[in-house]
Ligand binder design. Sequence first.
Ligand code: SAH
Ligand code: MG
Length: 206
Amino acid sequence: MDPRLRSAAEAARGFMPPDEGLALYEAALLVAQGASPMLEIGSYCGKSAVYLGAAAQARDTVLFALDHHRGSEENQPGWEWHEPDLVDPEVGRIDTLPRFRRTVHDAGLEPNVVAIVGDSPTVGSRWRIELSLLFIDGGHGSEPAHRDYELWTPWVESGGLLAIHDVFPDPADGGRPPYEIYCRALESGHFDEVSATGSLRLLRRV
Ligand code: SAH
Ligand code: MG
């Protein structure tokens, strides 16, 4: 990975350890040149978008970065992953969109990273574009995670990749829903496991 983009990704705020980010980048590079675009659910301040956007740039394709930018449950005030400076004081709600824009701009990835600002099911129920890679890292509650699985995985093209973040086989390490949808993908018979790096799982559509 271009050292400049790599340091931009590492400096960006968010929840993507460097080894998992690099694994995501490398997986995204394997997708064929000229293949369908990629999409991530859950962009926050743009950290994973730099890893995936760097691959999109190298492959001359596009990453759609979907987020309502209001934060997940665990980002809200009083929860474990709340960052108070991300609250828009006039609106009284989290707004990660300005940070996201700045991250993507500073990385020079605006041509390859296209933000979609909205609620995942609202967009997903109207989506009609096949994807060469889908990265699921949005709401981690049971309902949001399973809905993302149901609405978005049908758009992964044959041979395309499904990446799921925060998969913890041991309940002591974290919440269940990302692990449950990972199991669902394997049990569906539509996906084979490619690799695991930390809590990142990569699967390929058969
Ligand atoms: N990939 C990011 C971390 C994502 S955190 C990184 O690399 O740092 C999870 C994100 O999912 C939050 O920004 C939150 O706003 C978003 N999210 C949660 N539920 C969502 C929904 N229903 N629609 C759109 N975005 C959602
Ligand atoms: Mg995550």
